[in-house]
Design a protein around this ligand. Structure first.
Ligand SMILES: Cc1cc2nc3c(=O)[nH]c(=O)nc-3n(C[C@H](O)[C@H](O)[C@H](O)COP(=O)(O)OP(=O)(O)OC[C@H]3O[C@@H](n4cnc5c(N)ncnc54)[C@H](O)[C@@H]3O)c2cc1C
Length: 471
């Protein structure tokens, strides 16, 4: 659905809109949509909301906008509710969805433990957004299909949002939800895979050969889709650290974690967690339960680590941690293992150096020299990171409205999404989602984004009307 179609009724930027507090949300991926829902459900006084994103459709951003409707999310239904205080909301939505119920009868009466395609989650988010919007006759919502290129203070504590289009009025609050930046859209089925996502090379071997770069969920998605679509050639996955996502347990892995105090140094923490996993396995539980338990401690643990150890974690352990937290539904993990065992797909550890006309140059791990790899296609499935070198980010940092976190992974952010500079919160400015990844572990995942969005909305409500309690 196009954004313009959706919002035409509410987009009458009436004179009223200018009198109300004005909120800008920059980015309309999952974090931006979630933030809009949280604002509409939390800030009970009238406001004007403007959503910026050059993407012309409400797509759900990089995680949810997929050309392949069959792609499965790697989180269970129980972890994907967008309703504060109601973890069953997505399940309830699925239960009331007749089409879904007739397609998946086996899981009735509840779907909490199952994994669903992205498209279904996207429909759910979109519907909750539409419901929140139609329940608020006192707010106005406007969509701008523009890239925001700068942000600065103006008229005291208000913000001037700079975008390519007409000059924008001032905003009282700005929420950055720019995630992984402006994406190169994934090709839709039927479209050819063109540069820069992929390059074609001269075929030098009789059997087709495709190289996939990366080690996360995208690589596995792409690999299995290629096989589903009948691709019978050789596939090589090139991963810097050599890890691929681990699998979920078949049944619910309720969080467990040792009660003892956690040690202080990174190496001891790693040993502590490893031991906890072994003990869990020995007592009939799973390491996945321990990883789920660790998530509840991750924030305080991260805060307690000195900067040097955080950097060490980032360099040596993040890839391993990611492969254990971003897990695949069991059935997909079994398929991945089968692929690798049968030899049609090869995992190689090494650093991708550059593309060449006939494939790519690789620096294999543990070897000095580089190696030329011949491939018909090289497809980049690496996870993007928030880009701090955009004009928008540079304008924020130069104006001391934001500062990079100590690892340079994103911006320094509080749990509420408030941006901070030298420990001082920047009033009226928030960043939701992956931009906070260097400050808040797992803030790129749905449950953490949902919690943060509601916390930010509470902050906005209090800012506009400190005397009114947000509900
Ligand atoms: C393949 C994949 C699968 C995932 N599966 C799961 C899962 O199963 N469970 C889970 O918990 N998490 C999952 N995640 C993680 C999580 O869902 C994402 O981290 C989250 O959706 C991030 O959304 P976002 O809106 O912050 O960022 P993005 O999706 O990157 O969206 C950002 C939006 O901002 C826009 N934008 C950027 N810069 C500007 C600008 N200057 N001006 C205007 N607009 C701008 C972009 O166009 C884009 O639409 C997955 C992630 C990926 C990539």
């Amino acid at each position: 659905m196009t954004v313009q179609g959706l919002f035409s009724a509410k987009a009458s930027a009436s004179a009223q809109a200018y009198a109300m507090p004005r909120i800008a949300v920059i980015g309309r991926g999952f974090s931006g949509m979630m933030m809009a829902i949280a604002l509409m459900k939390t800030v009970r006084t009238p406001f004007h909301l403007q959503l910026f994103d050059p993407n012309s459709s409400v797509s759900g951003g990089q995680a949810l906008a997929s050309g392949h409707s069959s792609e499965i999310l790697n989180s269970r239904v129980r972890d994907l509710s967008v309703s504060a205080g109601d973890p069953d909301d997505f399940n309830d939505w699925l239960c009331s969805n007749a089409t879904f119920r007739s397609a998946v009868p086996a899981a009735i009466p509840g779907f909490l433990q199952i994994f669903v395609p992205k498209r279904i989650f996207s429909d759910y988010v979109y519907q909750r957004f539409s419901e929140a919007l139609s329940s608020r006759r006192d707010i106005t919502v406007q969509v701008s299909a523009e890239t925001v290129v700068g942000l600065r203070r103006s008229h005291g504590d208000r913000f001037l949002v700079e975008s390519a289009g007409a000059s924008n009025p001032l905003f009282d609050t700005v929420i950055l939800a720019t995630g992984y930046g402006i994406s190169d859209r994934e090709p839709q089925s039927g479209e050819s895979v063109a540069t820069p996502t992929a390059v074609r090379a001269r075929r030098l071997v009789s059997r087709p050969h495709t190289v996939l770069l990366g080690s996360g969920l995208r690589v596995v998605d792409r690999l299995l889709q290629m096989r589903d679509n009948g691709y019978g050639g050789q596939i090589t996955i090139i991963s810097k650290h050599g890890f691929l996502p681990q699998g979920h347990t078949r049944s619910n892995a309720d969080p467990v974690f040792p009660a003892e105090a956690m040690p202080g140094s990174l190496s001891e923490i790693v040993r502590f967690i490893r031991r906890a996993c072994e003990n869990a396995e020995a007592s009939g539980q799973s390491w996945q339960s321990v990883m789920n338990g660790l998530r509840k401690h991750a924030r305080s643990l991260w805060r307690s680590l000195p900067a040097g150890q955080k950097q060490q974690f980032n360099r040596h352990l993040r890839a391993l941690y990611d492969s254990h937290r971003n897990r695949l539904p069991e059935a997909l993990h079994v398929r991945l293992k089968q692929e690798l065992a049968e030899g049609n797909t090869l995992l190689r550890r090494g650093q991708f150096l550059r593309r060449t006309p006939t494939g790519l140059t690789l620096k294999p791990a543990g070897r000095r020299g580089a190696e030329q790899i011949y491939a018909d296609e090289v497809i980049d499935c690496r996870c993007q990171e928030p880009d701090l070198d955009t004009t928008l980010m540079r304008s924020l940092i130069n104006a001391s409205l934001a500062t990079p976190d100590e690892l340079g992974l994103g911006l320094a952010v509080e749990a509420t999404g408030a941006l901070s500079v030298d420990g001082q919160v920047t009033e009226g400015l928030f960043a939701i989602g992956p931009l906070g990844l260097g400050s808040l572990p797992d803030i790129d995942l749905v449950p953490e984004i949902v919690t943060q969005a509601y916390a930010a909305a509470e902050g906005v409500a209090t800012r506009f009307y400190p005397q009114c309690k947000a509900v």
